[in-house]
Design a protein around this ligand. Structure first.
Ligand SMILES: NC(=O)c1ccc[n+]([C@@H]2O[C@H](COP(=O)([O-])OP(=O)(O)OC[C@H]3O[C@@H](n4cnc5c(N)ncnc54)[C@H](OP(=O)(O)O)[C@@H]3O)[C@@H](O)[C@H]2O)c1
Length: 328
């Protein structure tokens, strides 16, 4: 079995969940973890069995024994961190949103192509078997022509002082969670909507909740919403001329289940329970790409990531949220 040596940059919340997933991927070697604090890196390494702890991201970038780095820092750090790892010749999976805006995303993609290494935005939703099955049903025409998608992602947390509520850290609902329903719409209807509209409740310069719609040439419409200070119903339903697909049972973004409802037929259910949060599906797919020598993942190509970033810019402009990075 060929092995892939993984490094993790930033030992925060999602890095823990990713590391748990990595433990379930055959051939994935937990090689190194980098944190701004060596003590934190050591504790993380001990918890998941990483070989090496680095007290800076720079130290891990220089370690040529690492095949691929998972970047799990806040949005505003992504460009700096990704350019450093790509520059050092490492393959990279960077958490969503890849960048604060399309200008940054473009620079990162350009660098990856120059260095000819694997690069991907960590859109983990794309890799869940229940989401893949849903997209397959739709592609096969099982619900006729897909005409509408309704999807939301909204939560309310107590810790409103976290960076995701801070404008200077590119906080706000759209970049934090609205990107998921947006990426789902692109997967269902394609990456080229011809119209969009967006509204948001903006507080302290960031969107606390938002609603946006995308309209496509053929008449298909996606009705999407997200929030970081309001729990939403968190369902995703694709309706077509002959039936519908329901992704998950709430919290659709990491589903173990999908249901196909076709008019006049018995409901078909796909179920694949999994341990932990499910990051193993994304990590497994990335590892497969690496071993095959691919530079992009077919599930989340870089040109599509750039289109997502461009649409995020447009939606933010529509509801009047701008970050310092937009002014450069
Ligand atoms: N795929 C998903 O489901 C999912 C879920 C949540 C978040 N995310 C994405 O993952 C990224 C990280 O989110 P998170 O929730 O894990 O955040 P978090 O818990 O705050 O962790 C981020 C880590 O980044 C490092 N960091 C570097 N510079 C920092 C700075 N100036 N301020 C704060 N932390 C800094 C810190 O690690 P060290 O102290 O170890 O250096 C910190 O622990 C975000 O881009 C987010 O959108 C993805």
């Amino acid at each position: 079995m060929e092995k892939t040596r993984w490094g993790i940059a930033g030992a925060g919340k999602i890095a823990h969940r990713f590391a748990e997933g990595l433990m379930h991927v055959k051939g994935a070697q937990p090689a190194a973890v980098a944190s701004r604090s060596l003590e934190k890196a050591r504790a993380f390494a001990a918890q998941y069995g990483f070989e090496k702890s680095c007290g800076s991201y720079e130290e891990m970038a220089l370690d040529s024994s690492i095949d691929i780095v998972y970047v799990a820092t806040p949005h505003t750090m992504h460009m700096r961190d990704v350019l450093m790892f790509l520059g050092a010749g490492r393959a990279v999976v960077c958490e969503k949103p890849l960048a604060v805006n399309a200008r940054e995303a473009e620079a990162m993609i350009k660098k990856a192509r120059e260095k000819n290494v694997f690069f991907m935005e960590g859109m983990w939703t794309r890799f869940f078997p229940a989401i893949k099955k849903s997209l397959e049903w739709i592609k096969q025409g099982r619900i006729g022509t897909p005409k509408m998608l309704h999807a939301s992602f909204g939560y309310d947390r107590e810790e409103k002082n976290a960076w995701r509520y801070n404008r200077s850290m590119a906080g706000g609902a759209l970049l934090d969670v609205g990107i998921y329903p947006l990426a789902l719409a692109f997967a269902v209807f394609g990456a080229d909507p011809n119209k969009s509209s967006a509204f948001a409740r903006v507080e302290n310069g960031i969107d606390m909740c938002n609603a946006f719609t995308l309209a496509y040439e053929d008449g298909a419409i996606a009705v999407l919403s997200s929030a970081i200070a309001l729990a939403l119903d968190n369902r995703a339903v694709v309706s077509g001329s002959k039936g519908s697909v329901i992704i998950g049972e709430g919290d659709w973004w990491h589903p173990s289940r999908a249901a196909l409802l076709v008019d006049g037929e018995e409901q078909e259910v796909f179920e694949e329970p999994f341990p932990t949060w499910g990051f193993q599906y994304e990590a497994e797919a990335v590892q497969r790409c690496m071993l095959q020598g691919l530079k992009e993942a077919p599930e989340m190509p870089l040109d599509e990531t750039l289109k997502i970033a461009q649409m995020l810019d447009k939606l933010r402009a529509d509801f009047g949220v701008a970050y310092e990075e937009d002014e450069l």
